[in-house]
Design a protein around this ligand. Structure first.
Ligand code: B4P
Length: 185
């Protein structure tokens, strides 16, 4: 079994950005529930139609739906040699479900990207200009930050000894160098 890494952090912390680079470097699949949900919405599948409103509001999609897509993805051959989870688990119930599916050592390291709130909002508003994501308006961003505080932050205690904090402020390459150092330590 290869590396089993989880990226934790608030919206805009750089999880997706760093996870993509790290997955390439390690040769493991980058599994992003946010990206899978956005792909389903763009493709107009039944799942996409079901989750579209929820994702644009900044709330979390139901645990059952997300678990189903993650189980399916983790069951593919390429995930047998490790994986990098980005955006899942998003709450404690999802973490418990992941352990039931993949076992006690489902997560070997939880990398927590630390970035202050003003910088998060600035990054996401910039992405709104660049990419026009439906959930990158200022109100929805604030709501997503609250959802993070209430639902996702408890995962730091849940994963306790596996959590490694990484300073997420700085250029993408500088943060990536910190991620690589943190994993080596
Ligand atoms: P996600 O796709 O996970 O979105 P996110 O939290 O905003 O993080 P993302 O990875 O996109 O942004 P990043 O920090 O890399 O979730 C979206 C929605 O999907 C959720 O609100 C929810 O509705 C649903 N969902 C997803 N997973 C779910 C789950 N498990 N359960 C239930 N619902 C779920 O980057 C942000 C921006 O910052 C980018 O533009 C990037 O270019 C920029 N950036 C990154 N690093 C930077 C740096 N160092 N300096 C400057 N800018 C940087």
């Amino acid at each position: 079994m290869g590396r089993r890494i989880l990226f934790l952090g608030p919206p805009g912390a750089g999880k997706g950005t760093q996870a993509e680079m790290l997955a390439r470097a390690l040769g493991v699949p980058h599994i992003s529930t946010g990206a899978m949900l956005r792909d389903a919405i763009a493709a107009g599948t039944d799942l996409g139609r079901e989750v579209e409103q929820v994702v644009s509001s900044g709330a979390l999609v139901s645990d059952d739906l997300v678990l189903a897509i993650v189980e399916d993805r983790l069951g593919r051959d390429d995930a047998a040699c490790g994986y990098l989870l980005d955006g899942y688990p998003r709450n404690v119930a999802q973490a418990v479900a992941l352990t039931e599916t993949m076992g006690d050592d489902a997560i070997e390291v939880a990398l927590l990207l630390d970035v202050e709130t003003d910088e998060l909002v600035a990054r996401l508003l910039k992405r709104a200009d660049d990419q026009g994501r439906a959930d990158d308006t200022e109100d929805v961003i604030r709501h997503r930050l609250n959802v993070y505080l209430n639902e996702t932050l408890p995962l730091i205690d849940h994963y306790e000894d596996s959590v490694v904090r990484v300073d997420g402020l700085g250029s993408i390459d500088v943060v990536f160098a910190r991620v690589v150092t943190a994993l080596a330590g």
